[in-house]
Design a protein around this ligand. Structure first.
Ligand code: HEC
Length: 139
């Protein structure tokens, strides 16, 4: 009696584990992009020099990516504010987000970002794209 219920328990545990493994395989979970760990470092390295207070990009467009208090640190709220004409990020929609369009060279070539510099790697472009598509969260 005792050993029967034990093997039943084992069977149940095994089945649940197998089910879990199978459903995990069916749809590989999309990598969740972290703003602080992945997006901010890309912006810090490639964009801040011009989009910090009084940088040429900030002066020309109003797009401030850090803050007066911490000029060398990416600031999520200011990034989301965008230029003086409005937002450059449409959460959930990297196709129409100006940020992604410029970085990927989908707008006027004279506006490719980073301005006058080598374009971002494909990996960095993908990270920015996934982050926007996942809702552009402050995660
Ligand atoms: C070498 C300087 C420089 C760097 C580096 C740079 N930018 Fe810019 N950025 C500018 C300038 C200058 C403008 C204003 C362009 C204009 O209005 O003609 C601008 C404007 C923009 C705009 C607003 C465009 C619009 O709608 O008017 C976006 C968005 C932008 N930059 C994103 C980025 C991103 C993202 C990066 C980093 C990947 C970056 N920039 C790096 C100089 C730079």
């Amino acid at each position: 009696m005792k050993s029967k219920s034990l093997s039943l328990t084992l069977l149940t545990v095994t089945s649940i584990a197998l089910l879990g493994a199978c459903s995990g395989k069916q749809e590989a979970p999309e990598r969740v992009v972290s703003f602080s760990k992945e997006v901010a470092p890309i912006i810090q390295k490639n964009c801040l020099e011009c989009h910090m207070p009084n940088g040429p990009g900030e002066k020309a467009s109003g797009l401030l990516m850090s803050s007066e208090e911490k000029p060398a640190e990416v600031n999520y709220d200011n990034l989301m504010k965008g230029t003086r004409f409005g937002s450059i990020i449409v959460p959930g929609d990297s196709t129409s987000s100006t940020l992604n369009r410029l970085v990927e060279g989908r707008a006027d070539p004279s506006l490719r970002m980073p301005h006058g510099k080598e374009e971002l790697s494909d990996a960095d472009k993908l990270t920015l794209r996934l982050w926007v598509d996942q809702g552009a969260k402050n995660n």
